[in-house]
Design a binder for this molecule. Structure first.
Ligand code: ATP
Ligand code: MG
Length: 301
């Protein structure tokens, strides 16, 4: 879409989007989480509505309207690998666009934004990306930017130069998020990270909300298993066994499976044992669960 800038974005999509809607529907706990964050999202993305609310109930624009429009349009999604930060961010943006009843562009900053490590290059790429996003958020449209910091900003932290480069990039992001406040909530940034504790305090301070993501607990694993394995005819007992075996273990000590371990690793592993000769049984699912090691936890998630 942008010949010069297209390298910048891994995803550039018009919302609402049916594929994103469908993937959101398959996320355990999405509705609860979305309800929790939508108030913030709405307050951030619709300062005009806050003014209208103020006029309706108080007959004028109260000072709080100014305070609200001064907030930073930034959410942080923080947590372990494979716990749904990226998919939730996309689905939340999609639902927000639907509820607002106006089109929006969804951008995801590409890992290529690191550039080749030359000092200043990453910052100028980030500047370029924000310029495009700002331009896109016109009167009729809003824009969402997902910064998937996980691999891009943390991958090359070794080496003094890249460390410096990271800092410059973070400063640029801070400055750009500050600037976004002038747009009256038409651009929202969601920063996804699995290094929550390593995030710059200046970024954290600006976040309107920090949403935590964790590995699924037993109830969530059960919900996922019942949804994904629907139709396989698993008994309640087999489901209970699967929920147990995919949870944290004491001896030997082991953490529990992530959402993505359950979906993208356990299922194919088990299916490989049955396909194409026979039906998939609980025994194969249990065997696969026993043989797999969950993704290692990110230390400071
Ligand atoms: N709440 C959930 N319910 C069902 N499946 C989920 C959920 N969260 C994540 N998943 C599955 O896990 C996969 C990985 O999710 P996602 O890429 O959003 O993780 P992430 O937290 O961004 O991980 P990373 O830190 O590695 O980037 C998704 O494609 C989805 O299939
Ligand atoms: Mg991610």
């Amino acid at each position: 879409m942008y010949p010069a800038g297209s390298e910048l974005f891994e995803v550039e999509r018009l919302l609402p989007d049916e594929l994103i809607l469908a993937s959101g529907k398959r996320l355990v706990g999405f509705d609860t989480r979305y309800d929790r964050i939508r108030r913030d999202l709405r307050l951030l993305s619709a300062p005009d509505e806050v003014r209208a609310w103020s006029k309706q109930f108080y007959g004028r624009e109260l000072p709080l309207c100014e305070i609200m429009s001064d907030r930073y349009p930034l959410l942080i999604f923080s947590g372990d690998v494979g716990t749904g930060k990226t998919v939730t961010a996309e689905a939340a943006c999609d639902r927000l666009a639907r509820e607002a009843g106006r089109a929006a562009m969804l951008f995801k900053l590409s890992t290529r934004v690191r550039g080749n490590g030359k000092v200043g290059q990453m910052s100028s790429l980030i500047n370029e990306a924000f310029a495009i996003i700002t331009k896109e958020a016109g009167k009729a449209k809003s824009a969402f930017l997902i910064i998937d910091e996980a691999d891009s900003l943390s991958a090359a932290r070794d080496g003094a130069q890249s460390h410096h480069e990271d800092k410059v990039a973070v400063n640029t992001i801070i400055q750009k998020v500050d600037d976004l406040r002038r747009l009256g909530g038409r651009v929202l940034v969601i920063l996804c990270t699995n290094r929550g504790h390593a995030l710059d305090p200046a970024v954290v301070r600006r976040a309107a909300r920090i949403e935590r993501f964790d590995r699924p607990d037993a109830a969530e694993r059960e919900q996922l298993i019942r949804m994904d394995y629907e139709g396989l005819g698993l008994s309640n007992e087999s489901i209970r066994d699967l929920v147990d075996i995919t949870g944290p273990q004491k001896l030997p000590k082991r953490i529990g499976f992530t959402f993505s371990d359950l979906r993208a690793r356990l299922l194919p592993e088990a299916l490989g044992l049955a396909f194409p000769d026979r039906k998939l049984t609980a025994a194969e699912l249990l065997m696969a669960a026993q043989s797999l090691q969950p993704s290692p936890a990110v230390e400071d998630a």
